[in-house]
Design a protein around this ligand. Structure first.
Ligand code: ADP
Ligand code: MG
Length: 393
């Protein structure tokens, strides 16, 4: 259960990579002007809270998506990915429109279209991508693809005055509007704004950020990411349904978002809701926001070991109340806990994807082996918080 993609993960800044440059030349017959990278992420705690105006706490992975880019003056956007079959995708930027682009190319097309809609003077480009982020593994390869595209285009075209957070919001909006997925802003913010050695505490209402030191090794800890390598087909529809349910509950309760329900007002809120579905959704969001606060306080107090039970409680809430787990994620979490993990939970939207497992350093190999035996298809790697999006050369 080793992840070959994950092991080639760390992307160094500053030095050109001849093989990556050669891959750009193979695709486009000329040299790139520069290269950028944006990481995938895991979310430590705060799941499905971002679209409820709540709190999240992701960190960036060492695995990243790279983009080698050169501008074009003929109004074309030409895209190539080492991770996708089908060769170069050629689009005319004047023809870009929500719903008009198929396949993986709609993510970068969406970013270019959204930047232009917002009045930023970006134009055509040739872009070659490769990625060490598992695609479709719940580790936000899609956000990495968006953010690396946005950063590269804005820097190459000299767009000034956009903060990293604003870039992330543009990427989110591109996915909402152009790709048609009603996602929150966590994944793009994590990829754009995280810093090495820190988790990012984000208050999605107002977008206040706090970099929270997270030095697992110093406390004798390891964090395993276990990619179940399943993605259940109904995932996208179920996400939209959960989101709509949360909005419905907030409307019934007369608050702008479920974030406005405090833990000590939860029982009263539950009593005011008409059915069990809305009660379960509400209970998850309110308790999950509280768990983000607990994890933040423990990490800031240097008590990272003690976040284990909070992570595990988060999983139970996602499984039983929000109902977005799946048998494979439950198996990983249950097996890891039975083998002595300090805490474990699914991470990301759910219905497949990845779980995180907090362990004592000395238990890492044994627990990883036990999980591998229980779910042989899974891939795992040990991780620490890495840096966010950046120019490579
Ligand atoms: P994830 O959990 O990895 O974000 P998603 O389903 O949200 O999973 O996004 C995966 C999609 O993003 C892929 O199907 C593809 O369309 C696009 N994508 C991600 N990484 C790449 C890449 N390196 N090259 C091309 N497309 C990519
Ligand atoms: Mg995604």
């Amino acid at each position: 259960m080793t992840d070959t993609r994950g092991s080639a993960a760390t992307v160094e800044a500053g030095t050109a990579d001849p093989a990556f440059e050669a891959a750009f030349k193979d695709a486009f017959g000329r040299a790139p002007e520069g290269a950028w990278a944006a990481p995938g992420r895991v979310n430590l705690i705060g799941e499905h809270t971002d679209y409820n105006d709540g709190f999240v706490m992701p960190f960036a992975l060492p695995q990243a998506t790279r983009a080698a880019v050169a501008r074009r003056e003929d109004g074309l956007l030409r895209l190539h990915s080492a991770d996708m079959d089908g060769g170069v995708v050629e689009l005319r930027i004047d023809d870009l429109a929500p719903g008009a682009t198929e396949g993986w190319a709609r993510y970068p097309a969406a970013v270019l279209w959204t930047l232009r809609q917002a009045g930023h003077p970006v134009g055509g480009a040739d872009i070659h991508y490769d990625s060490s982020v598992p695609v479709g593994g719940g580790l936000s390869s899609s956000a990495a693809l968006q953010v690396v595209t946005a950063l590269a285009l804005t820097e190459l075209y000299g767009v000034g005055g956009l903060s990293r957070q604003e870039l992330a919001v543009l990427c989110q909006s591109s996915e909402n509007t152009y790709v048609g997925a009603p996602v929150g802003v966590m994944d793009q913010t994590a990829s754009a704004c995280c810093t090495e050695g820190h988790a990012l505490h984000l208050d999605v209402r107002g977008l206040a950020q706090r970099q929270v030191p997270l030095d697992l090794a110093a406390e004798g800890l390891r964090l395993l990411v276990v990619d179940t390598r399943v993605k259940h087909a109904h995932a996208d529809g179920a996400y939209g349904e959960r989101r709509a349910g949360c909005e419905e509950a907030a409307a019934v309760l007369g608050v702008p978002a479920l974030r406005d329900i405090e833990p000590d007002g939860l029982e009263q809120a539950l009593a005011a809701l008409p059915d069990d579905r809305l009660r379960r959704l509400t209970r998850h969001i309110v308790t999950e926001n509280a768990r983000v606060g607990q994890v933040l306080a423990l990490c800031e107090a240097g008590r990272t070991r003690d976040i284990g039970p909070v992570l595990t409680a988060g999983h139970a809430s996602l499984r039983d109340d929000f109902q977005v787990s799946c048998p494979e994620l439950d198996l990983v979490v249950d097996t890891a806990l039975a083998a002595g993990a300090l805490g474990a939970r699914m991470t990301g939207g759910g219905f497949g994807g990845s779980a995180i497992v907090l362990v004592d350093a000395g238990d890492e190999e044994r627990i990883a082996r036990t999980v591998a035996e229980a779910l042989p298809q899974a891939r795992h790697f040990s991780t620490t918080p890495a840096e966010g999006a950046r120019r490579l050369w």
